[in-house]
Design a protein around this ligand. Structure first.
Ligand SMILES: [Zn+2]
Ligand SMILES: [Zn+2]
Length: 161
C-alpha cells in the first residue's frame, strides 16, 4: 500500500488505467449472484473510493447497467471487471490495483448466495504455478502480455511476436 494515499491500477491488457488519491473506504467481498456474474467468479472483492479522488488515466471502462441502481464497469478490450457504480459512489475491484496485497477485505456481503464450496477452498491441495511444468511445458517459455503493475508511458510495447 502506498504511504502517500496514492494508488494505481487497471485492467489486464492496459487499455484502462486508474489513479486514486485519498483514503480508501470499506473493502469487502460480495457473494451476491450479480457480483458472481459480473466477475465470472465465486465472489467479487471491491473497495469503495467514495471519499477519494478517482481519475481514469488511460481509457475508461465500458459500463453495463446491471440494475436500476448500479452500473458495472469493465475493460471493453480484455474484459477485466473494474467498477461497481451506485448512486452513493464508486467501488473498484481490489485485484485490479497494482498492489492489491495492502487492501484487505473486512466484511462479506451477499452471503445468501455464497457458493457451497467457497469455505472449503483454503483446505484444497496447494501448488505453485510452475509445479505444473511437466503437464504444461509451455509454461517454461511463457511470455506475458499482461500490463505490468505500474503506470507506463506507452502500452503495448511496439514489438510483440
Ligand atoms: Zn483491458
Ligand atoms: Zn454483490
Amino acid at each position: 500500500m502506498s504511504l502517500d494515499n496514492r494508488y494505481t491500477g487497471g485492467c489486464q491488457c492496459g487499455a484502462v488505467r486508474f489513479r486514486v488519491e485519498g483514503t480508501l473506504g470499506d473493502a469487502s467481498i460480495c457473494h451476491c449472484r450479480m457480483c458472481q456474474k459480473a466477475s465470472g467468479n465465486f465472489y467479487l472483492p471491491l473497495v469503495s473510493v467514495r471519499g477519494a479522488r478517482l481519475d481514469w488515466t488511460r481509457g475508461e471502462p465500458k459500463r453495463f447497467r446491471s440494475s436500476s441502481a448500479a452500473w458495472r464497469g469493465f475493460c471493453a478490450e480484455c474484459g477485466t471487471p473494474l467498477t461497481f457504480e451506485a448512486p452513493d459512489g464508486v467501488a473498484l475491484a481490489i485485484a485490479a490495483f497494482d498492489d492489491p496485497a495492502g487492501i484487505a477485505p473486512t466484511i462479506q456481503w451477499g452471503v445468501e448466495a455464497k457458493l457451497p464450496y467457497v469455505d472449503g477452498i483454503p483446505k484444497l491441495p496447494s501448488e505453485a504455478t510452475m509445479a505444473d511444468i511437466s503437464s504444461a511445458p509451455y509454461l517454461a517459455e511463457l511470455v506475458s502480455y499482461q500490463h505490468p503493475d505500474h503506470d507506463t508511458d506507452r502500452w503495448p510495447p511496439e514489438e510483440r511476436p
